[in-house]
Design a protein around this ligand. Structure first.
Ligand code: FAD
Ligand code: SF4
Length: 559
């Protein structure tokens, strides 16, 4: 048991339940009244939608050229009630994959808000800001500011125009398998009461969707992807590690005209991360703080740190008299090159996007990598369908294509930049600088890491510290309201708690969760599960996150 002493050590992994692989991998196969498709994508983010669109384009072209592939039914399942509702990003987008995917469209047709016209990078102390040279990886010339919600909704329309069926509000709950083969997914039931029992009149039982190929495009920390990798014993040189990003959208009276990144305050020296401020429009800015989940102080709170950051003299004047429009949070896979699984396919299955960690942290880019992985998966699936072979061998061309793609080339160049910060801020910064300048040629040997939950944290006795909520700050309760949360109050809890959760661990969870789901009430841990915005930090450091009724969670519009 953890006591309440100052600076006591806390090992998050000790209090975390194992991955429930047996309930995620459904070996009994599909029910008899299944819904058959040819290819099902799980997740309508940039990865899943780009993959579905590329596949539909290839099929259309083949049929026009008399190639004979015939009618292929493609479906995309999404857990949000509307497309984009669970999408959250910065976002400054590298547009290259949009031109690959939509060769007939002009720049003006793309769903971007504005080109990046200026950029600056700052080191912050509590009251000061020092402008520092832009690291080469952060050069955003040629990139565009966008809202990922808008991008996803736009891609969804393009997908539907190509005949793809999109199913918002249909989360996949488990992978249907037969022997070593993935044969589809089972969706979550809906209309269950808080006791887990069906409520008459609103209950919809789970549905089995079978497919020749299932593409896992669940985004960050997807349970189906984790279960598949576990079931197939697929490893990576390092485990995946993550950061949590908390983001706000503000309508402001004093706009910011350039892309701004900061490091330093309000983060403690033993935490890795930084902030971003992106101009979305003449009067709207996106503002966020991203922090590695290997931070050391167990009661460090990313949401609260963002609130303090908003009071900095370079930020607060812009927010004064402004209005908070939206709030949200999401994790980001940060492990990079060494955390990519050795195999990205299996019999009847491909894994794409953030689900397998295609994010380059030094440039804070994942969208075009996610899209390109979807495109490469689509090309392999198309070849497999044409050849009548979507077996493990038939889809092996996907993993090979990724290995020789610009995705892995870029991730290789920056392979140790994030990992170097594990050894401390200043030495990490120096090493990271050298690696960036030499494109990974210097100090390139793998830095080994452990998963975030296995990193020791220390627990300070700071109970009772009053949180100042002056100025543009928002409480977690208000923040969840601004996420547009759609969850029923009487939904069963989707969070699997470990055993022996005492006061110290409760305080750690309370600080970790940006949405105020966990509350230490002085007697025990209260779990306000309907507040959850699916950021997945809990699954990385604390209670396991499970997929819940479709349409639950946030309803982001412009994040
Ligand atoms: C704070 C923050 C800032 C970022 N900034 C940038 C940036 O500026 N530029 C950039 O390029 N990248 C940025 N990224 C990274 C980028 O957003 C991701 O790399 C990208 O969105 C990954 O796309 P994806 O399709 O793989 O996953 P996602 O965009 O996460 O999409 C996955 C989709 O699957 C759905 N889903 C999940 N599980 C299920 C299920 N079981 N059933 C059905 N649906 C499911 C989700 O609801 C979601 O819609 C940022 C990320 C964050 C969090
Ligand atoms: S419960 Fe977990 S997934 Fe949900 S908002 Fe809190 S930390 Fe994020």
């Amino acid at each position: 048991m953890t006591n309440f002493d100052s600076h006591e050590q806390l090992n998050p992994a000790e209090f975390q339940k194992g991955l429930p692989t047996d309930t995620l991998i459904l070996r009994e196969g599909p029910q008899s009244d299944d819904t058959p498709l040819d290819v099902v994508f799980v997740g309508a983010g940039p990865a899943g939608l780009a993959g579905a669109i590329e596949l539909a384009r290839l099929i259309k072209q083949d049929n026009m050229e008399g190639g004979g592939i015939g009618q292929i039914e493609i479906g995309v399942l999404e857990k949000a009630g509307e497309l984009g509702g669970h999408s959250l990003s910065g976002a400054v987008i590298n547009p290259k994959c949009f031109f690959d995917l939509f060769p007939d469209l002009e720049l003006g047709d793309m769903p971007f808000r504005a080109p990046v016209t200026g950029e600056s990078f700052h080191f912050l102390t509590e009251n000061r800001s020092v402008r520092i040279p832009l690291p080469p990886t952060m050069d955003n010339r040629g990139n565009y500011v966008a809202s990922i919600c808008e991008v996803v909704r736009w891609m969804g329309e393009k997908a539907e125009q190509l005949g793809i069926s999109i199913f918002p509000g249909f989360p996949a709950d488990g992978l249907l398998v037969q022997d070593q083969k993935v044969v589809g997914v089972r969706t979550t039931p809906s209309g269950l009461g808080s006791d887990g029992m069906p409520v008459e009149g609103s209950h919809v039982p789970p549905m089995d969707i079978t497919a020749k190929v299932t593409v896992l495009a669940e985004g960050t920390r997807g349970p189906l992807t984790q279960a598949f990798l576990d079931w197939q014993n697929i490893t990576s040189p390092n485990p995946q590690i993550y950061a949590l990003g908390v983001k706000e959208l503000w309508e402001v009276k004093t706009p910011i005209k350039r892309v701004v990144h900061t490091m330093g305050w309000p983060l403690p020296r033993d935490a890795f991360g930084g902030s971003f401020i992106y101009p979305m429009d003449d009067n709207i800015i996106a503002l966020g703080l991203v922090v590695g989940l290997d931070y050391k102080n167990a009661t460090f709170d990313v949401h609260e740190a963002l609130q303090r950051m908003k009071m900095h003299p370079i930020i607060e004047p812009h927010l004064r008299k402004g209005e908070l429009l939206e709030w949200g949070a999401k994790t980001i896979p940060e492990g990079g090159y060494y955390s990519i699984p050795d195999r990205l396919h299996g019999e009847g299955v491909c894994l794409v996007g953030d689900a397998v960690g295609f994010v380059d942290v030094p440039s804070l880019k994942g969208i075009h990598y996610a899209m390109y992985s979807g495109i490469l998966a689509a090309r392999s699936i198309f070849q497999g369908l044409k050849a009548g072979d979507v077996s493990r061998e038939g889809l092996a061309s996907y993993t090979k294509a990724i290995q020789s793609s610009f995705i892995m080339k870029d991730l290789k160049e920056t392979r140790n930049v994030r990992l170097a910060f594990k050894n401390g801020f200043w030495s990490g910064g120096l090493k990271a600088g050298l690696m960036s300048l030499t494109k990974g040629r210097l100090l390139g040997e793998k830095i080994s890491v452990v998963e975030d939950a296995a990193e020791q944290k220390w627990l300070a006795d700071d109970e009772g510290v009053e949180k100042d909520l002056s100025g543009p700050k928002v409480t977690k309760v208000d923040a969840v309201y601004r996420s547009g949360n759609q969850t029923r109050d009487d939904i069963p809890s989707h969070l699997l708690l470990g055993d022996d959760i005492d006061a110290g661990v409760s305080r750690f969870y309370e600080a970790m969760c940006p949405a105020g789901v966990y509350e230490w009430d002085g007697q025990g841990l209260r779990v306000n599960a309907p507040n959850c915005v699916d950021c997945k930090a809990t699954d990385i450091l604390g209670p396991r996150w499970q997929v819940r009724e479709g349409g639950s969670g946030p309803s982001y519009r412009r994040m």
